[in-house]
Design a protein. Sequence first.
Length: 556
Amino acid sequence: MTHDLRRESRVLLDGPDRAPSRAMLKALGLRDADLRRPLIAIANTWIEVMPCNVHLRRLAEQVKRGVRAAGGTPIEFNTIAVSDGVSMGTAGMKASLISREVIADSIELVVRGHLFDGVVALSGCDKTIPGTVMALLRLNLPSVMLYGGSIDPGRFRGRDVTIQDVFEAVGACAAGRMSARELHALEDRACPGPGACGGQFTANTMAMAMEVLGISPMGSASVPAMDPRKDRVARDVGRLAMDLLRRGLRPRRIVTRAALENAIASVAATGGSTNSVLHLLAIAREAGVALAIDDFDRISRRTPLLADMKPWGRFVATDLYRAGGVPLVAKRLLEAGRLHPRAMTVTGRTIGEEARRARETRGQRVVAPLSRPLQPTGGLVILHGNLAPEGCVAKITGHEPLRFEGPARVFDCEEDAFRAVHGRRIRAGDVVVVRYEGPKGGPGMREMLGVTSAIVGEGLGRAVALLTDGRFSGATHGLMAGHVAPEAAVGGPIALLRDGDRIAFDVTKRRLDARLSSAELARRRARWKPPKPPYTSGVMAKYARLVSSASEGAVT
């Protein structure tokens, strides 16, 4: 089939009446020959405030080389990013999830405004991955997403460490189990250079999911940020963008129901971040594919847990790369019958074909064989009950108790909860409740890594449970239920809890309940009043007015 490679840019640039547009672009150094080629947008999320994205300028130059070599004209533009790791535990973290929507909106606007023919999007930290892919689906131009890659682990006391270790060390220091000098030494060594956080945290989880989804080329995400091979990967992605244009292959042909189920299976098989639930629901919505929160539990129940990855396991993303990378995970899923093999990918090969090309490093210990899974079911669990009528998300990797009951310790914001943990006022057996941190209530649904890491750092990881209408970092582990919906700000049952109420987790039965009668909950609801919104103007207020429930992906 013959495709007009300049179907979009021809309208912008061809003919005598478009001379003003051409004149403006020539001021940038473009020539007539450049303007006669397809225009490929290089949507970059480079920013100087985080290691995850700071190297993307380098990769963008390599992508542009690939585009030019394949006969296109690349034009780069930038959008925003917010560092979860830097802003964690502060009001700045409220901006993180909101940034996903702004990233998607801004890429969509620039590409629509300048009639590009195709798009390469570069992502790094958590929200830049779903944000870029959401934009690609809205635009539905021939497109590909390139992930910047993982950071190398740091070394401390003879072992590999990540940012997770620093967060947990804060709790250890507060508990007297680590000195301030030791904490500072760990801080100096944990993040040795560019790249996204090194465990199977949200960035690496979502990068893997995007490869298995098919919107990123198989094998591209696994290559670490500073590996010399990453430059070659970026050049290949630039050439691939032109190949996609010639083939007329568009994102909505790739992101199908089958492809989304494949992506969910990859998260379940690797004990990946609970944030994947929010982001894959949002991506499905942009693709026009029906996907519900309970689909994650259904797929996870039938998917074995195979990858022994931090935050709960032993290995980091660079270890997975050396073991065989994302292709190895896809191969295991294919062999287990948990992959829809005919789903198409940006390479022009199906995911089944890509999985069969995987190469497993002899003797690797990162990804278990199917004969000896780490546990027979995956890491994602969806709980319902009188505290979460619309559902909530937990990560279960075999290290958490499957049943837990204790008295509620209720906090109306993350800061109050952290002060209680840091002040050693939380006791074994407690259930920490952090509310009014949901999509509307926060607004922005902050991650609770500061609180959860402090709990683990104080040695209470298996002795305390936590539930919140906010989110968890991909680095969180322990019995933690997040995304509790409906959220407190709209009168969800979590808003009705009081200190001392008995809270019961039953993972086997997929239940999260308060030991309160329906009549008592109704009495409390009749007396409940919504709090005043924390923001009355600006982007935060606008987001709070527009955002949906976490059970629907917290989309606007």
